[in-house]
Design a binder for this molecule. Structure first.
Ligand code: UD1
Ligand code: CA
Length: 475
C-alpha cells in the first residue's frame, strides 16, 4: 500500500512541477574568431566552450536539452555526443531563427525554457538557477539575464522605460547614440515561457542592420503584447562574458583558470605561482601536493597527495600516486605509482607504468613499458616496449632496441638484474632474474638466471703506438 502512495506522491510532484527545457545556441560560424574550427568548439581550459555551457545546464536536470547546430554541426555533435538532442539550423539567419529550429522538439510543450549561447563558457548553473527563480517570482513570460559592462561594445543594450521596466533589447549595430551609451547589456541568457517563446519567434522580422532574425526581438514583441517581461541583473559581468574573438577567448581562459586554480588551493594544494599554472578542468589533485609555476596539467590527469610537480612539467592523462616527484618532465597517458620520481628532462610516452619507489633520472624516454618497484633508470636511457621487474639497475645510456624497421618487439628483464651502461637490448629478448649484462654489450640472445652476458669485442692494446707516428721535434 505505502508503495502505491509513494508512487502517487512522485506523480503528483511531477505534475505540479514546471517542466524545464534548455536550448543552447551553437550554430553560428564565429566569423570574428577567424578560424576553421566552429567558434563554440574552441577550448577553454581543456573543454570546448559549448561543453562548459552544457555541463552547467545539465546540473539543473532539465527535462530536455536541445542544441542548435549548423556551422561545424558534425564536429559539435561529436564533441557533445548523446548528452543533448540536436536541431539543425541549415542557414545561419540569426539567433531568433536558431531557436526556432527547436520548435519541432519543444514547440508544443508547457514549461520554462532557458536559452543560452554556446559562447558564454563562464556562466554557472547557480546563475541559471537564480534566473529561473526570478522569472517565476515575477510571473514573467520572458526574463533576460543582464549585467553592467564596463565596456558594453558589441553587446545588445537593455532599454528600460522611465520607471525601470524593460522595454526591449537593441543590438549594438542598431543602437542610437543614447542607446549605445547604456552599460546594461544582454548576456544572451534568457528564461521564457516555452509556448510564448515560440509564438513570439514567428513574429520576429529581419529588418535590422544585420538582416538577421534576432532572438532579442522576442523581448520587445512580448512586451508590446502586454506580457510581463523582466530583467535579472547579475553582479558579476565577468561571468557573463561572451567570446567572439581570440582576445575574449584568452580573457575567458584566464578567468576560468583562476577559478580552477582557486578550487585546488581551497582543497589543500599549494600552487606556488598560480598565474602561470595551467590546469585543465578535468584534472584532480590530492592535498599537500605542491605545484610550481610553469606547470601544465591536462586531460584526465589525476595526482595523489604529497606530490611535487616542478616547473616546466607537462602532464596529460597521467595517473600519479602519492608522494611522487616530477621535475621538468613530460608525462602522457601513463601511470607513476607511489613514491616514484622522474626528471629533470625525461619523457613518459603513452602506456608506461612506473612502479613504486622507481627512480627515472634525466634524459630518459619510456614508451609502452612497465617498470617494477624500486628499479632505477638513471640517465640517458630509452625503454620502449619492455617489461622490467623489480630492483633492477639500468645503467647510463641503455637502449631497448625495439624496432626492426617493420615491427615493434617486446623485451623482458627479470627482478634484481643489472644492465651495464651503454648496453643495447635488441628485442625480442628475455633477461632472467638476477642476470648481468656487461657494459657496452649488444644483447640479441636471452640471458639465463644468475648468468652474465658480455657481447662486445675484447680490448686489445697496441704497445708504444705513439712511437709509430711521425713527430715534429718538441720545443
Ligand atoms: C548576442 C545577442 C546580444 C548579446 C550577446 C551576448 C542577438 C541578436 N544578440 O550577440 O544581444 O549581448 O549575444 O553574448 O542574439 N547563433 C546561431 N545561429 C545564428 C546566429 C547565432 O546558432 O544564426 C548562435 C551562435 O553560435 C552563438 C549565439 O547564437 O552561440 C550568439 O550569436 P553571436 O553571433 O555570438 O551573437 P552576439 O553578436 O554575440
Ligand atoms: Ca556572442
Amino acid at each position: 500500500m505505502w508503495i502505491i502512495i509513494k508512487e502517487m506522491n512522485v506523480a503528483k510532484e511531477k505534475f505540479f512541477m514546471t517542466a524545464k527545457y534548455t536550448v543552447i545556441l551553437a550554430a553560428g560560424q564565429g566569423t570574428r574568431m577567424k578560424s576553421k574550427l566552429a567558434k563554440v568548439l574552441h577550448p577553454v581550459c581543456g573543454r570546448p566552450m559549448v561543453d562548459h555551457v552544457l555541463t552547467q545546464a545539465e546540473t539543473l536536470h532539465p527535462d530536455q536539452i536541445v542544441t542548435i547546430v549548423g556551422h561545424g554541426a558534425a564536429e559539435v555533435k561529436q564533441a557533445l555526443g548523446q548528452r543533448t538532442e540536436y536541431a539543425l539550423q541549415a542557414e545561419q539567419k540569426g539567433s531568433g531563427d536558431a531557436v526556432l529550429q527547436a520548435e519541432a522538439l519543444l514547440g508544443q510543450k508547457q514549461g520554462m525554457t532557458l536559452v543560452v549561447s554556446g559562447d558564454t563558457p563562464l556562466l554557472t548553473a547557480n546563475t541559471f538557477e537564480q534566473l529561473f527563480e526570478y522569472h517565476k517570482e515575477k510571473g514573467a513570460k520572458a526574463t533576460v539575464l543582464t549585467a553592467t559592462a564596463p565596456d558594453p561594445t558589441g553587446y545588445g543594450r537593455i532599454i528600460r522605460n522611465e520607471i525601470g521596466v524593460v522595454e526591449k533589447i537593441v543590438e549594438q549595430k542598431d543602437a542610437s547614440d543614447t542607446e549605445a551609451a547604456i552599460h546594461e547589456i544582454n548576456t544572451g541568457v534568457y528564461c521564457f515561457d516555452n509556448q510564448a517563446l515560440f509564438q513570439a519567434l514567428h513574429q520576429v522580422g529581419n529588418d535590422n542592420a544585420q538582416g538577421e532574425y534576432y532572438l532579442t526581438d522576442v523581448i520587445g514583441i512580448l512586451k508590446q503584447a502586454g506580457e510581463i517581461v523582466a530583467a535579472y541583473k547579475m553582479k558579476d559581468f565577468e561571468e557573463s562574458m561572451g567570446v567572439n574573438d581570440r582576445k575574449a577567448l584568452s580573457v575567458a581562459t584566464q578567468v576560468m583558470q583562476r577559478r580552477i586554480n582557486e578550487t585546488h588551493m581551497t582543497n589543500g594544494v599549494t600552487l606556488q605561482n598560480p598565474a602561470t599554472t595551467a590546469i585543465e578542468v578535468g584534472v584532480k589533485i590530492g592535498a599537500d601536493t605542491t605545484i610550481e609555476g610553469g606547470v601544465t596539467l591536462k586531460g584526465n590527469t589525476v595526482i595523489g597527495d604529497d606530490c611535487f610537480i616542478g616547473t616546466h612539467s607537462e602532464l596529460r592523462d597521467a595517473t600519479i600516486g602519492n608522494g611522487v616527484r616530477v621535475t621538468s618532465s613530460t608525462i602522457e597517458e601513463s601511470v607513476m605509482r607511489d613514491h616514484s620520481n622522474i626528471g629533470p628532462n625525461s619523457h613518459l610516452r603513452p602506456l608506461s607504468d612506473i612502479g613504486e619507489h622507481v627512480h627515472i633520472g634525466n634524459f630518459c624516454e619510456v614508451k609502452k613499458a612497465t617498470i617494477g618497484n624500486y628499479t632505477k633508470v638513471g640517465h640517458l636511457t630509452y625503454v620502449g616496449d619492455a617489461t622490467l621487474g623489480e630492483h633492477i639497475n639500468v645503467g647510463c645510456g641503455v637502449v631497448f632496441v625495439n624496432y626492426d624497421g617493420l615491427h615493434k618487439h617486446h623485451s623482458n628483464v627479470g627482478d634484481w638484474s643489472f644492465i651495464g651502461s651503454n648496453a643495447n637490448v635488441v628485442a625480442p629478448v628475455e633477461i632472467a632474474d638476477h642476470a648481468f649484462i656487461a657494459a657496452g654489450s649488444t644483447i640479441t640472445n636471452d640471458v639465463a638466471f644468475h648468468d652474465m652476458a658480455i657481447a662486445r669485442a675484447r680490448q686489445t692494446n697496441k704497445p708504444d703506438f705513439w712511437s709509430r707516428l711521425p713527430h715534429e721535434p718538441e720545443d
